[in-house]
Design a protein around this ligand. Structure first.
Ligand SMILES: Nc1ncnc2c1ncn2[C@@H]1O[C@H](COP(=O)(O)OP(=O)(O)OP(=O)(O)O)[C@@H](O)[C@H]1O
Ligand SMILES: [Mg+2]
Length: 269
C-alpha cells in the first residue's frame, strides 16, 4: 500500500504545470507536490501517475516517492485565486502526493548529457506506457543531486479513456522525445527492462491504486478487473511482438543537424 498522509497546509500552486499541482505540507512534516483528483480529466490521471511511477521505480528508474494524501479543502481558504479554491473543493478526500525535490532543476538537454543506456531505457519505458509527455518542449524530467528523475506520468496509459480500442501494439511516436537524440540500443534496453516485467510485478503495482478510482468503469465488473486489464495490456506490450518499438527505435537516429544530438557531437570533438 502507498502510505496515507493528511494535508496540513496549501503552500503555493505550481503554475508551470497544466493541471495546477500544488506544493502542500502534510502531517508527517513532509513537503509534497500534490496532483489533484479534481483537475482536468479526473482520477484517471492519478491512476496513470501511480501505475507508471511505481513501475518505473521497480525497473530501476528514479522517480520521487508517492503517497496518498487526504485533503480538507479548508486548508486552502486563504488562497485568493478562485480557480485554486474550486480545484481544492473538487479534490476533497484522496489525492496523490509526490515527494517534493527541493532545488531540483528542469532537465535541459544542452547542459546535461544523459547516459545513452539510461536514455534508451526511458525511451523504451515511455513507449511501453504510451507516454506522450516527455518531449523537448515538456521534458518532465528533473535533475536533482546529479541524477535524472522521472516525473509526471498523468498523460500516459491514455488507452484507458477508450478501453475498447486499447491496443498493446499501437506504435509509439518518439520523434519529439527529449531523450531520443541520446538513446542507443533501444531494443537492448527494452530487453533489460522487459525481463523484470512479470505479472506478479504488475499485480503489485496496480494494487497500489485505490478502489475508488477504478470502480464504475464501463465494461468492467470490479476495480480488480480494471487492475487486471492494465496489467494484461502492459504485459502484452512488454513481451509480445515489438512492432510498436520499431517506431520508437526509428525515432532515435532522427536527430539530424541542428538537434541536441548534433550539438553534443560537436562538443565531443
Ligand atoms: N516532485 C517534484 N519536486 C520538485 N518539483 C516538481 C516536482 N514535481 C513537479 N515539479 C515541478 O512542477 C512542474 C509541474 O509538475 P507536473 O509536470 O507534475 O504537473 P502537470 O500539471 O502534470 O504538468 P504538465 O503541464 O506537464 O501536464 C514540473 O515541471 C516541475 O517544475
Ligand atoms: Mg509536467
Amino acid at each position: 500500500m502507498l502510505e496515507e498522509i493528511m494535508a496540513t497546509r496549501y503552500v503555493t500552486p505550481l503554475r508551470e504545470g497544466g493541471s495546477l499541482p500544488g506544493v502542500v505540507e502534510a502531517d508527517d512534516l513532509g513537503t509534497y507536490v500534490v496532483k489533484f483528483r479534481g483537475a482536468g480529466q479526473g482520477p484517471k490521471v492519478l491512476v496513470a501517475e501511480i501505475i507508471c511511477a511505481e513501475l518505473a521505480r521497480r525497473l530501476g528508474l528514479r522517480t520521487p516517492e508517492l503517497k496518498l494524501v487526504d485533503l480538507d479543502p479548508q486548508i486552502g481558504l486563504r488562497e485568493p485565486d478562485f480557480e485554486i479554491q474550486a480545484l481544492l473543493q473538487a479534490s476533497a478526500g484522496r489525492n496523490v502526493a509526490v515527494d517534493f525535490l527541493p532545488g531540483a532543476l528542469g532537465f535541459d538537454p544542452l547542459s546535461w548529457r544523459p547516459d545513452a543506456g539510461f536514455a534508451a531505457e526511458v525511451l523504451w519505458f515511455d513507449g511501453l506506457i504510451h507516454n506522450v509527455d516527455r518531449t523537448w518542449r515538456n521534458p518532465n524530467l528533473l535533475v536533482w543531486h546529479h541524477d535524472t528523475w522521472l516525473i509526471d506520468h498523468g498523460a500516459a496509459l491514455w488507452f484507458h479513456y477508450s478501453w475498447k480500442s486499447a491496443d498493446p501494439q499501437r506504435p509509439f511516436d518518439a520523434a519529439d522525445h527529449v531523450l531520443a537524440p541520446f538513446a542507443a540500443d533501444v531494443s537492448l534496453a527494452g530487453d533489460r527492462l522487459a525481463a523484470k516485467i512479470t505479472s506478479e510485478l504488475l499485480a503489485e503495482v496496480t494494487a497500489l491504486v485505490p478502489d475508488e478510482w477504478l470502480e464504475g468503469e464501463q465494461g468492467f465488473e470490479s476495480a480488480q478487473a480494471v487492475r487486471e486489464a492494465y496489467a494484461d495490456h502492459l504485459l502484452a506490450r512488454a513481451h509480445g511482438p515489438r512492432e510498436w518499438l520499431t517506431a520508437a527505435a526509428k525515432a532515435a537516429p532522427k536527430s539530424g543537424p541542428g538537434s541536441v544530438g548534433a550539438f553534443w557531437k560537436q562538443g565531443d570533438k
